[in-house]
Write a protein that binds this ligand. Structure first.
Ligand code: NAD
Ligand code: UFG
Length: 350
């Protein structure tokens, strides 16, 4: 059966990575149902997905306003449609908020996911692609990070990812017919090349690139650079930034792998580029792409931050046949195209 006949449920499909992935799924011929409660997204994002794929493919997209914590919502959905697989993005992801309010994270991320597994099992849909994170490597002792490293949680958000990886492994072990792929994203940035989709954080951004973008459009005065005394080439911390369109394509590769591989079990793959970029290098690349100066303030290190994190990409390349295409230059170009055309995100004005 080709993509044409497959129907995929995308939880959190109105969010940053979800919208970009849904566009690629529809372009690849899948039918898609999104479930989202708009906790961290807006209906306009889904409208723009429809606009980008056009009226014909748009007919293959359904949207359901629902919360994964409400099992009845899920039951209703699964009783109406037969899903071939689920891509599970829905979750809360702000590290600082998870430290201040861990119960919110355990409730949303754990209960929501456990409900999803229950209903999937009941309706015999046992193929899952799960959004994990490089956060499960904690402060890696060695780099690049390889999938079989020991895992560690640094905060309640990271603990939800670690627990959910363990839960996935346990479920698959007990019920071998499950096929589960855990995708560990490194640092997703960039936007759809059209400039119509991108990341639209609520409040002051926690992550580097959305923060830089808001400085560039004048919403924030300067970037705080957290730590300039790391043992790295310029003293700032190093991360593996990955273009969100490469990530989206990584999900399609994972989905195809699930359909094609009976004995995939529960397998984790890194989605990164394998290249490390420092905070100051990222600032310089963004300045070049935008033509804007980004004023910086050197600040103390942010607690819990690792010095250097980047992915080993070998396993995903070999087994999924997927490799990131874009570098930092394209990431900043597309980020700026989105940011300059949508300075207030999906809202037309503040
Ligand atoms: P996002 O917040 O933009 O998207 C998540 C979506 O899930 C949002 O639209 C939100 O409204 C929805 N959602 C949350 N809880 C829900 C619930 N209970 N029921 C229904 N919908 C719900 O985040 P994103 O950046 O697109 O991230 C997607 C996934 O990838 C998350 O699980 C996140 O933890 C993981 N991840 C993200 C990053 C990153 O830097 N963006 C890195 C590693 C992993
Ligand atoms: N940084 C700054 N100034 C900022 C924001 C970030 O200097 O205003 C620095 C950080 O100190 C870090 C680098 O930029 O050295 C990247 O920071 P991000 O917050 O963008 O991303 P992290 O690598 O710290 O990872 C965080 C969480 C992860 C999560 C990831 C993606 O710690 O758990 O974001 O959401 F997976």
């Amino acid at each position: 059966m080709g993509s044409q006949e497959k129907t995929v449920l995308v939880t959190g499909g109105a969010g940053f990575i979800g919208t970009h992935t849904v566009v690629q799924l529809l372009n690849d011929g899948f039918r898609v149902s999104i479930i989202d409660n708009f906790d961290n997204s807006v209906p306009e994002a889904v409208d723009r997905v429809r606009e980008l794929v056009g009226p014909e493919l748009s007919e293959r997209l359904e949207f359901h306003l629902a919360d994964l914590r409400n099992k009845q919502d899920l039951e209703d959905l699964f009783s109406q449609t037969s899903f071939d697989a689920v891509i599970h993005f829905a979750g809360l992801k702000a590290v600082g908020e998870s430290v201040a309010n861990p119960r919110r994270y355990f409730d949303n991320n754990l209960i929501g996911t456990i409900n999803l597994y229950e209903v999937m099992a009941k309706y015999n849909c046992k193929k899952m692609v799960f959004s994990s994170s490089a956060t499960v490597y904690g402060q890696p002792e060695k780099i690049p990070c390889v999938e079989d490293f020991q895992l560690m949680a640094m905060n309640p958000y990271g603990r939800t990812k670690l627990f959910l990886e363990e839960i996935a492994r346990d479920i698959q072990k007990a019920e071998p017919e499950w096929r589960i792929i855990l995708l560990r994203y490194f640092n997703p940035v960039g936007a759809h090349e059209s400039g119509r989709l991108g990341e639209d954080p609520k409040g002051i951004p926690n992550n580097l690139i959305p923060y830089i973008q808001q400085v560039a459009v004048g919403r924030l005065p300067e970037l705080n650079v957290y730590g300039h005394d790391y043992p790295t080439r310029d003293g700032t911390a190093i991360r593996d930034y990955i273009h969100v369109m490469d990530l989206a394509d990584g999900h399609i590769a994972a989905l195809k792998k699930l359909f094609a591989t009976e004995d995939i079990g529960c397998t984790a793959y890194n989605l990164g580029t394998g290249c490390g970029t420092s905070v100051l290098e990222m600032v310089a690349a963004f300045e070049k792409a935008s033509g804007k100066e980004i004023p910086i303030k050197l600040c103390p290190r942010r607690p819990g931050d690792a010095t250097e994190v980047y992915a080993s990409t070998e396993k995903a390349e070999k087994e999924l046949g997927w490799k990131a295409k874009y570098g930092v230059e394209e990431m900043c170009r597309d980020q700026w195209n989105w940011g300059s055309n949508n300075p207030w995100g999906y809202l037309s004005e503040p």
